[in-house]
Write a protein that binds this ligand. Structure first.
Ligand SMILES: *Cc1c(COP(=O)(O)O)cnc(C)c1O
Length: 463
């Protein structure tokens, strides 16, 4: 008998209490935090979907691995286990550990970018863009046009626009330092890229001698979507699919806080000897010796085990199903979300839901605040607060106004998801009362982390 119910493929050995608060407490917390959910204390959050980054539950095997951690300064056994796990999956020659994904980005771009250089990407993640721009490079997004239509169902909305890629390379290949493919496309809705698209992008780049890298943070989820959606991959294992994805690339940056299933860590992996040499020099100056790169030996062990657990089919089926389950409930009730549901998150379409709030009164930010106020749920805005401020200080609306509800790995169960659905439907019912905000204080870059805001019309909700 093939039973239909998809269950959490684990049982729980350690529990961590979460705390209910009153609406009045949350209202006060919001005021104190300058209406910025990044500045709310975690203990004041009931269900924390701020990010799936580093927030996952580790397995008993990972904890066991950590006890094996070799803390030798140089040449630790843990490094070689880590290197072997990364090599088996990616096939890259040089494996450089870093303390998290953005350190891999900084070291990569710091080693190779000159001012004015371009980096093309299906969609740059916020830290990736910031690291390119910090080196005075130009970060250019070229997703397929379908990526900008939240309600449109497309199996591989994370694909890169190959015509735009060819056009850029035809016209100014000499300024393109590298092309990156983010799998899955995080800022674009957690949407996968197909193997055909990855292969074709790689071929175009190599025709011009331009390096092609993966931003591989969610490589396992991307592999799962290829397995379940792309013809010819149904019988392959997620590992085989991941290996093929990496085979088209010259290197990758990775945050092990995502599909590394670890709480911290990352790596840069690549084939080019000269770049690896430069990157290792930079690593020694800013992160640590090349066999630990800012991580403890036990972190390397947790990642070595986690990278393979992320490719487990039961896990990937449960993970994508949990996200789709919430997506199905919301869709059935008419709540506009990015379709189809992505790998690690549901994205609410605030532009569609709150047409009465102009983009520069931050509709998605407002919606995320009301989800917290009413239900103690923490989400994150992916909209004009995150992407509206440019390096020259000018402000313009982002392409989309989304609220991301990111699922930590192996942390929440179905009853948590049912509660979430109830909160979102309740807030959806009061959407006409939600009002916009204005920014009263902000830093020069990555402003969403620390900006202070205020309701533009006295309160978040009209009475
Ligand atoms: C998280 C993430 C990064 C940055 O990794 P950190 O570990 O947070 O520094 C880069 N790219 C993508 C697509 C990500 O999701």
């Amino acid at each position: 008998m093939q039973f239909k119910t998809i269950i959490e493929p684990f049982r729980i050995k350690t529990v961590e209490p979460i705390r209910h608060t009153t609406r009045a407490q949350r209202e006060a917390a919001l005021q104190q935090a300058g209406y910025n959910l990044f500045l709310i204390k975690a203990e004041d959050v009931l269900i924390d979907l701020l990010t799936d980054s580093g927030t996952g539950a580790m397995s008993s095997n990972q904890w066991a691995g950590m006890m094996r951690g070799d803390e030798s300064y140089a040449g630790a056994k843990s490094f070689y286990r880590f290197e072997q796990a990364v090599r088996e999956i990616t096939g890259f020659k040089h494996v450089i550990p870093t303390h998290q994904g953005r350190a891999a980005e900084r070291i990569l771009f710091g080693s190779i970018l000159k001012p004015g250089d371009m980096v093309l990407n299906n969609t740059h993640f916020d830290t990736t863009r910031a690291n390119v721009e910090y080196r005075q490079g130009r970060a250019i997004d070229i997703p397929i046009p379908e990526a900008h239509q939240p309600g449109l169902v497309h199996p591989f909305k994370g694909n890169m626009d190959l015509d735009a890629l060819a056009h850029h390379l035809d016209n100014h290949w000499e300024y393109v330092a590298m092309v990156m493919m983010t799998v899955t496309n995080n800022s674009g809705g957690g949407q996968p890229a197909s193997m055909a698209n990855i292969r074709a992008a790689s071929e175009i780049c190599h025709r011009y001698g331009v390096p092609f890298f993966l931003d591989a943070c969610r490589f396992a989820e991307n592999a799962w979507f290829i397995k379940t959606r792309e013809e010819g991959y149904g019988d392959k294992t997620p590992l085989e699919i991941a290996q093929e994805m990496f085979s088209y690339a010259d290197g990758c940056t990775m945050s092990a806080k995502k599909d590394g299933m670890a709480n911290i860590g990352g790596f840069l992996a690549l084939n080019n000897d000269e770049w690896a040499e430069k990157a290792k020099t930079m690593l020694v100056i800013t992160e640590g010796f090349p066999t630990y790169g800012g991580l403890a030996g036990y972190d390397l062990e947790a990642i070595a085990v986690g990278l393979h657990e992320a490719l487990d089919e039961d896990y990937l089926r449960y993970r994508t199903r949990s996200v789709a389950y919430l997506g199905d409930i919301l869709t059935a009730h008419g709540v506009p979300i990015v379709q189809p549901p992505g790998g690690h998150a549901i994205y609410l379409d605030a532009r569609e839901m709150l047409p009465h709030i102009p983009p520069l009164e931050y509709p998605a930010w407002a919606l995320s605040l009301v989800l917290y106020l009413e239900g103690g749920v923490r989400s994150v805005e992916i909209g004009s607060v995150m992407f509206g401020l440019h390096a020259d200080g000018s402000e313009a609306p982002a392409a989309m106004e989304l609220v991301r509800l990111a699922f930590p790995r192996r942390v929440y169960t179905q009853s948590h998801v049912d509660y979430l659905a109830e909160v979102i439907l309740y807030v959806y019912g009061m959407r006409q009362q939600i009002r916009g905000l204005r920014i009263v204080q902000q830093p020069a870059a990555l402003r969403h982390f620390t900006a202070v805001l205020q309701p533009a019309y006295g309160a978040l909700l009209a009475v």
